[in-house]
Design a protein around this ligand. Structure first.
Ligand code: GLU
Length: 468
């Protein structure tokens, strides 16, 4: 092992990048970035039936969107069989591993027998000392110790000791020549000089087996840290049934990548009672010691609140391309070069918790309402609304400018002349201009829509009111 910190993220490409995997990647990436180390991406594609190209692409896409970059790789396990073979041959030559020709049925019988005797179901070592030569149909097993225990100094969970009697001579290479996860992962971690293996605690039962492989190879054992799982609100392991799992779905829902990272880093790690972290903060403050031992519960409301905060901290110029992308994705027409965009964003920023909310509110500035929200119309289009709208129309037609100040003065003069409170004027105007019951202030909306876009909308509402 070298002194440099080298971490890795080795997803199995059997689906998209889900939030649990993203958090594992994040912890490893942050630790490498914090320590000036290296972060390696490895694709664990030995499960040929379940691995797909599409999933590999989805994993890259997810990592790229999150901004998690890697220093080496991607390495593919299916391209590394020669390396695994070299180490397997070494273990066979040193009689630390052996060929086994027991059939699947025979092994099942052994496991049944162990179960019936109240022991862990295990392979019983039948072929251990037969010195069988490699042959078609044989698997290769590690010769594991019968006494003592294997110890993990887990950086998250603390020391764990597993009696070696609970570990059978497990398979390193299957009869079809495909290496098992436990063997391939150790040879990769060893040859890539991984110093720290930080992964979900669903792998904790594999770790003693992996340590026994390192020991059989007289190789240094990396440090292990097993991070508690991410749970759903019902405190069962987070799964599809809890809603969105793939990180790109969070992009679609209008979350910023830094907000999702901020949320994920807090889900299992803490720094005092600080909740808001920029990516730079995370890189500076992250430590393995502060990873918690209890599982985090995924809470989309908390993520949304953090997202709102991250949206506030961005400048309109930073949000602009993200908003346009979101509007395009939602099919909301927009003028990409529209000079009003920075002002629209500045107006909507404090009112939007996600980019989707911002895009939906921005729609009114680009598209005439095609219908009026029923509830809003019922509440605001009343007897007298036509007169209010006609008064606004009349004043707007003769207005010389449509600045914010001019529009606010115009609305105030309508209130004064008709002896109405601002709400009675703003209510029907809001529905006329946006079709909705909620929007930014009417002065701002009129100013940003401008006279030319506002007048036809007001006239359409008058016509609507006079018809119904
Ligand atoms: N390919 C494994 C997974 O996706 C990686 C486990 C590990 O980190 O060793 O769960």
């Amino acid at each position: 092992m070298t002194d440099t910190i080298i971490t890795r993220f080795p997803p199995s490409p059997t689906g998209y990048l889900h939030v649990g995997g993203a958090r594992t990647a994040l912890f490893n990436w942050l630790y490498a970035r914090k320590t000036g180390g290296k972060f390696i991406l490895r694709i664990e594609d030995t499960d040929i039936l379940r691995s797909t190209e599409e999933s590999v692409r989805a994993i890259f896409e997810g990592l790229e969107w999150l901004g998690i970059d890697w220093d080496e790789g991607p390495f593919y396990q299916t391209k590394r069989f020669d390396i695994y073979k070299k180490y397997l041959d070494q273990l066979l030559a040193e009689e630390k591993a052996y060929c086994c020709t027991c059939s699947a049925e025979e092994v099942e019988t052994m496991r049944e027998k162990a179960r019936a005797e109240g022991r862990n179901p295990m392979y019983d070592g039948t072929c251990r000392h037969k010195k069988l030569p490699p042959q078609p149909g044989a698997v290769v097993r590690l010769l594991t110790p019968d006494t003592g225990s294997t110890r993990i100094d887990d950086v998250v969970k603390g020391p764990i000791a597993i009696p070696n009697t609970e570990i059978d001579d497990f398979i390193l290479c299957r009869s079809d020549g495909v290496y098992t996860y436990n063997f391939a992962v150790v040879i990769d971690d060893l040859t890539m000089h991984i110093s720290h293996v930080i992964r979900g605690d669903d792998h904790v039962s594999n770790t003693p087996k992996q340590i026994l492989i390192y020991e059989a190879l007289n190789a240094p054992v990396p440090k292990f840290g097993h991070v508690p799982m991410v749970l759903g609100p019902d405190r069962t392991r987070l799964s599809k049934r809890h809603g969105a799992l793939g990180v790109m779905e969070y992009k679609k829902m209008g979350f910023l990548p830094e907000a999702l990272l901020n949320y994920l880093v807090r889900l299992g790690w803490s720094h005092g009672d600080q909740e808001f972290f920029t990516i730079e903060d995370m890189k500076e403050l992250f430590t393995l010691e502060a990873i918690g031992r209890s599982p985090g519960v995924f809470d989309v409301d908390k993520l949304t609140a953090l997202n709102a905060e991250h949206m506030q901290k961005k400048s309109p110029a930073e949000l602009l391309p993200l908003l346009l992308e979101q509007m395009t994705a939602l099919g909301i027409p927009h003028g990409p070069e529209d000079p009003r965009l920075p002002a629209i964003i500045a107006l909507l920023q404090p009112r939007s918790k996600t980019l989707v909310e911002m895009a939906q509110q921005a729609e009114s500035f680009f598209v005439d309402p095609t219908s009026y929200c029923e509830v809003a119309a019922k509440k605001n289009f009343k007897g007298g609304s036509v007169d209010v709208l006609k008064k606004i129309e009349e004043k707007l037609m003769t207005a010389e400018e449509d600045s914010l100040e001019a529009m606010e003065a115009l609305l105030q003069s309508v209130c004064d002349e008709m002896d109405l409170k601002l709400g009675k004027v703003g209510g029907p105007l809001r529905v006329a201009l946006t079709g909705k019951g909620q929007s930014p202030g009417m002065g701002e909306t009129l100013a940003l829509l401008g006279k030319e876009r506002s007048l036809p909308r007001i006239r359409a509402a008058i016509a609507h009111l006079e018809t119904f």
